[in-house]
Design a protein around this ligand. Structure first.
Ligand code: AMP
Length: 380
């Protein structure tokens, strides 16, 4: 019996555990919260990721360890790696935890990125905002997610307000300022690399965010083949340079026929949830196969799929469930503003049928604004 340990017990760990059940796997999930939603399906060890006694107990009970949460302290991942195989490796985790290190690596690997600079003081911020042309985003280097720890600078006049909002973090988590990219689309490539270096990607996904949080994903993205190929080549170069094992996502901006990398997520990713029903093998199953050294599954898409995120509270399920290709995922979480509590995936054999199903769901749930950009892409 193999036990997979997962650091972080949110919906990603929950979906990993669900997809691992047919493989006969056992799981142990570690989280700081006693009500972490993966605990409804797997034994939960409640503890701080910096607590060596808790980590030692975790290590003693698992055969391999992985993450549902990328902000596990890199030192804890290192400590664990001395006792049990850890995938992805702690270096990959450390790179992905720091936006400056990550963007510098993209640039070194020849993966195009927007301009950026390290920001250690208000003076540097002022100078860099001028250099970048005024429109920027100031972000914390570490511990930011879903648009948190970010301040949009529209012109040099906003610099003082930006510094007031985030300046105190310059000495702790660090700050990076990025040129604002007036992108036409946001895309992601979800990829998997096995222990012996086999690399696969799922088809490119288009994503729509609201207030920095993913709202909808469409796969395959409606982009030309050369662009999709370039995105996959970037992901492969990144995975090979980090000797990455497992699933990760590379988030990209598309503008003027060009791709610019935004960030990587060193774990299964929200923009890959559609793969549960929309691909031959899901990102969750392939992540487990990769970390366990099993053969990877086929990543081909089954028709067209759209994932809709439910934020704050779950809507009523029946309008999705009554669709032939409608699938429902309730993470079993307490409703809370801004919290990801579930998602739906709608799958169809052709784009027009998917657009019709989404239109019906949008009306029934009064979420026309959420489905509208996806329908426009499918019918455009
Ligand atoms: P991130 O946490 O970096 O993924 O940012 C969250 C969202 O903010 C992204 O998905 C984009 O919608 C937006 N965003 C982040 N960085 C930039 C940028 N440099 N230019 C334009 N939009 C951005």
């Amino acid at each position: 019996m193999t036990t997979v340990g997962i650091l972080g017990g949110g919906q990603l760990a929950r979906m990993l555990a669900l997809s691992g059940a047919p493989l006969g796997l056992r799981f142990l999930v570690m989280d700081t919260a006693a009500d972490a939603c993966a605990g409804q399906f797997a034994p939960l060890l409640v503890g701080d990721y910096r607590d060596e006694a808790a980590l030692a107990e975790f290590a003693s009970k698992v055969d391999v360890a992985t993450f549902d949460f990328e902000n596990v302290p890199a030192e804890s991942a290192e400590w664990l790696a001395g006792r049990v195989p850890v995938f992805p490796n702690p270096r990959a985790l450390a790179v992905a935890q720091d936006r400056l290190v990550e963007k510098s690596l993209f640039r070194d690997l020849g993966i195009p990125v927007g301009d950026f600079a390290d920001v250690g003081s208000l003076e540097i911020l002022r100078r860099e905002v001028e250099r970048l042309g005024g429109a920027c985003i100031l972000k914390t280097r570490r511990l930011g997610y879903d648009g948190k720890g970010q301040f949009r600078i529209k012109s040099p006049e906003d610099v003082d307000a930006a510094w007031q909002a985030l300046g105190t973090q310059a000495g702790t988590v660090g700050l990076i300022v990025e040129a604002f990219i007036p992108f036409e689309r946001e895309l992601s490539v979800v990829a998997v690399r096995s222990r012996d270096g086999e690399f696969r990607t799922w088809p490119l996904t288009e994503n729509w965010h609201v207030d920095g949080v993913l709202s909808a994903s469409l796969a395959p993205a409606h982009v030309d083949a050369a662009l999709a190929e370039a995105a996959c080549a970037h992901a492969r170069r990144l995975a090979e340079s980090l000797d990455y094992v497992g699933v990760f996502a590379l988030e990209l901006f598309y503008r003027n026929g060009e791709l610019l990398a935004n960030e990587m997520a060193p774990r299964v990713h929200n923009s890959g949830h559609w793969t549960i029903e929309g691909a031959e093998t899901s990102q969750f199953q392939n992540h487990l196969r990769a970390v366990l050294g099993l053969p990877l599954g086929d990543t081909r898409v089954l028709g067209h799929a759209c994932m809709l995120n439910w934020i704050g509270e779950m809507p009523e399920a029946s309008s999705v469930l009554q669709e032939a290709g409608g699938h429902w995922h309730d993470y079993g979480k307490e409703p809370r503003e801004g919290r990801k509590v579930g998602h739906a995936t709608v799958r169809a054999d052709d784009a027009a049928s998917l657009a019709h199903a989404l239109a019906r769901i949008g009306v029934a749930l009064e979420r026309q604004a959420q489905v509208a950009p996806v329908i426009a892409r499918l019918t455009g």
